[in-house]
Design a protein around this ligand. Structure first.
Ligand code: 3PG
Ligand code: MG
Length: 444
């Protein structure tokens, strides 16, 4: 995939010795009852932290967590992150609970190689408002700003954009790798390229669907989003979750895809069968409905004609996963491609199983995962895989499979925006590679 497409300066390009560094991370991690349920973002921030500490900087880390309802919303305190970070680094992390004066005091007391973590930036409304005074305050804590919170660079906030006006600002190693990998997959993918797009809402994925219809060879739809496409195609999806407001968008996307398929070899695939149940529960009885091809229905009833229910979703039933025929079809297509971009699970993977984590609505996702990892039947074919999206990454983490994929992004919205070709304000604001030596790349 050629040379680096990342055009911003990084921590490798700047003199660090003797400096105090303000590092923006994205520690917006999922919490349950005050405990971190997935520390992927923290783990992925370690190489940059270790690099900086090796260069003996005084390190001040900052992040947001969630969307606080007020300045003392304890439910989204970064305290658990400070504890976890301290364990992972094996050194003290001074946690700054309080206000700016306390932050300045703590930072002044740091020796080279020591670390502080500030409390949730969003406790201060100035963060999301990209307030100049708040940005200045943040900047006053350090000599250099390092952006490594890939997950949040699609936001123009005080700690992603504002602060760069007051400090020399460079990228960390995670941000560099994320932007480089995602940009090169989107701009120079090894074809055939397949996009698998799932999850709940079309609204979040419209832009990337348009882009993939232009650049991919195969687009497969799954998750609750597929229900909207099915509904738009005239299928009765009964009690399934779908998006009433997006039916015309779904129709437009399908006609755009159909037009593309006339011009070149291109396939846009909406599931043909699904796993349905009347409730979202691990013990709910499930059934496979084959609304399109009737293949499964025929097999089940062989040698008799399939019953009409076999291809109809009943009144109170919901589609909660793709069916085995659709799963096998997508998995088969994966055998033919060299690159897969995957965002969004095929079904409701949050529902656990009766025994263990694989629930009744995870089989479609599991099947396509196996295919991506070269474990489909006897095929050893393993395309390069780029995975993004919070739920998707959470699930593969839970399965212990993160290492097996090509690149697993720490970004949700940020990775989607980058894939769609949008500029990310938190990246744009960093110093350009060819502007080396300049103190700051722009003034206010
Ligand atoms: C995320 O998890 O999407 C990022 O941390 C950004 O959070 P936000 O969507 O609340 O801005
Ligand atoms: Mg988000």
């Amino acid at each position: 995939m050629g040379n680096s497409l990342f055009k911003k300066q990084t921590i490798r390009d700047i003199e660090l010795v003797g400096k105090t560094v303000l590092l923006r991370a994205d520690y917006n991690v999922p919490l349950k009852d005050g405990a971190i349920t997935n520390d992927y973002r923290i783990m992925q921030s370690l190489p940059t932290i270790q690099y900086l500490l090796k260069h003996n900087v005084r390190l001040v880390i900052c992040s947001h967590l969630g969307r606080p309802k007020g300045p003392h919303d304890e439910s989204v305190s970064l305290k658990p992150v400070a504890v976890r970070l301290q364990e992972l680094l094996g050194k003290q992390v001074s946690f700054v609970h309080g206000n700016f004066t306390e932050a300045a005091k703590t930072v002044a007391s740091l020796a080279p190689g020591q670390v502080a973590l500030l409390e949730n930036l969003r406790y201060n409304p100035g963060e999301e408002q990209n307030d100049v005074e708040f940005a200045k305050q943040l900047a006053s804590l350090a000599d250099i700003f390092v952006q490594d919170g890939f997950g949040v660079v699609h936001r123009a906030h005080a700690s992603t954009e504002g602060v760069t006006h007051f400090l020399p600002s460079v990228s960390g190693l995670l941000l560099e790798r994320e932007v480089d990998t995602i940009t090169s997959v989107m701009s120079q993918p090894k074809h055939p390229l397949m996009a698998i797009v799932g999850g709940a809402k079309i609204a979040d994925k419209i832009d990337i669907l348009h882009r993939f219809i232009k650049i991919a060879d195969f687009v497969a739809i799954g998750g609750a989003m597929a229900n909207t496409f099915l509904k738009a195609n005239g299928h009765d999806v009964a009690a399934s979750l779908y998006d009433k407001n997006e039916l015309s968008v779904a129709k437009d996307i399908m006609s755009e895809a159909a037009a593309e398929a006339k011009k070149r070899r291109f396939n846009f695939y909406v599931p043909q069968d699904g796993v349905v149940a009347t409730k979202l529960d691990k013990s709910a009885p499930t059934r496979i409905v084959d609304w399109s091809t009737h293949v499964i229905a025929e097999i089940e009833n062989y040698p008799k004609r399939p019953s009409s229910q076999a291809s109809k979703i009943a009144e109170h039933e919901m589609i909660l996963d793709i069916g085995p025929f659709s799963g096998a079809f997508i998995a088969g297509a994966i055998q033919l491609v060299d690159t897969v971009v995957w965002n969004g699970t095929m079904g409701v993977t949050e529902t656990e199983g009766l025994q263990g984590p694989v629930g009744p609505f995870s089989h479609g996702t599991d099947l396509i995962m196996e295919a991506m990892l070269g474990q489909f039947r006897d095929s050893k074919h393993k395309p390069f895989s780029l995975v993004g999206g919070g739920d998707t990454v959470g699930y593969i983490e839970q399965c212990g499979l993160v290492e097996a994929f090509g690149h697993v992004s720490t970004g949700g919205g940020a990775s989607l925006e980058l894939m769609a070709g949008r500029k990310l304000p938190g990246v744009e604001a960093l110093m350009d590679k060819n502007a080396k030596g300049s103190e700051s790349n722009h003034e206010r």
